[in-house]
Design a protein around this ligand. Structure first.
Ligand code: GDD
Ligand code: MG
Length: 335
């Protein structure tokens, strides 16, 4: 079976880290997000992956020069312009010559979904398309998917008004699609799978869904980008992954709690890093504090500075000595 992985979005919620690279090329505990997503496919025997590319497609070719990722062969489908999710699926599947039922993944989702069982469910229902589901506390930032007892989808509501979602089961961003779905997507214009294609399939009663009942996270926001990494390092998904890279340097008198410290990063004496991600080559100077935040590649938090909850420091930025940031993006937008 082949898979299309959508990685062409702008990653705006993770700016400024995504000014020059798609979010799927950001590290999740020292390895690109895409490695984790594709590695999970390989675990289920899928070794032929079509990347649906748009924004900064060049960074994938640079990151995977031999077109191999986590044991899978990559096929690159670069959109001439952003076609939105369904337009992207159609373009990529056509580009790669896909003619049989195939898998589609949102490229920012990390999950332990049993793909084998999921595909079996799709086949058993004779579905035209099947969506994996996940239960969340606040469905309003997702696609919401009420179903009947047999798994037939009754409605697809993308990003409902808070408090008005018909169920807490949301679209987990993994689909099995029959090739007939491609014929439903107009060529050459932006088409959303969530807003156009799924509602049309609901009207034809050919859309099904299955709750994966397993670990799931969309790592595309600052809060979840941190959380997914803490989950891995704290053993929520099997053996804990080491949080501090072997080439990082944490001084004896520094405090690092529930945080990921990337390769060649430095945390000096007296500094405190807590609930944070410090990317490769960044420096947290003496007596500085970083909490609940992300420090970008090669950035510097100067002595005594305080980078407080939900801040993001961009690549090679310097937070001035003694400065206090709280919920700040530095720079505020892409140059
Ligand atoms: N190639 C291409 N072209 N990819 C795109 C485009 C495009 O025009 N637009 C978005 N993508 C990619 C993104 O890179 C990402 O991997 C995926 O499509 C989903 O886009 P997001 O921007 O992350 O969407 P979302 O998180 O707000 O919502 C989606 O995911 C939720 C689950 O995480 C929707 O599918 C929701 O229904 C779903 O619940
Ligand atoms: Mg997302």
């Amino acid at each position: 079976m082949r898979a299309v992985v959508l990685v062409g979005g702008f990653g705006t919620r993770l700016r400024p880290l995504t000014c020059h690279r798609p979010k799927q090329m950001l590290p999740i505990v020292h390895r690109p997000m895409l490695d984790h997503v594709v590695g999970h496919l390989v675990d289920h025997g899928i070794e032929d992956v079509v990347l649906s590319l748009g924004f900064r497609a060049d960074t994938f070719a640079a990151g995977y020069p031999d077109s191999m990722c986590a044991g899978a062969r990559l096929h690159y489908a670069v959109e001439p312009e952003p076609l939105d999710t369904a337009g992207a699926i159609r373009f990529a599947a056509t580009h790669a010559g896909i003619g049989e039922r195939f898998l589609v993944l949102n490229g920012d989702v990390l999950t332990d979904l049993d793909i084998t069982r999921f595909v079996e469910f799709h086949d058993s229902r004779g579905a035209e398309a099947t969506i994996a589901l996940h239960k969340v506390d606040d469905p309003s930032r997702y696609g919401v998917v009420p179903c009947d007892g047999g798994g037939r989808v009754l409605e697809f509501v993308e990003k409902p008004v808070p408090g008005e979602a018909p169920t807490d089961l949301i679209n987990a961003g993994t689909y099995v699609l029959e090739p007939s779905v491609l014929a439903r997507i107009d060529d050459g214009r932006r088409v959303s799978v969530e807003r156009e294609v799924f509602p049309a399939l609901v009207r034809d009663r050919s859309l099904f869904a299955l709750d994966g009942e397993t670990y799931w996270i969309d790592a595309g926001t600052p809060e979840t980008y941190i959380r997914v990494q803490l989950d891995l390092t704290e053993g929520l998904r099997g053996e804990p992954v080491p949080a501090i890279a072997a080439s990082a340097r944490v001084a004896g008198g520094a405090t690092v709690r529930r945080s990921v410290i990337g390769p060649e990063a430095v945390v000096e004496a007296g500094a405190r890093v807590e609930g944070a991600v410090v990317l490769a080559g960044a420096t947290v100077r003496a007596d500085a504090v970083v909490e609940g935040s992300i420090v970008g590649f090669g950035a510097e938090v100067a002595a005594g500075a305080h980078v407080g909850p939900c801040s993001i420091i961009g690549d090679h930025q310097v937070v001035a000595a003694g400065a206090r940031l709280d919920g700040v993006k530095q720079p505020a937008d892409c140059p």
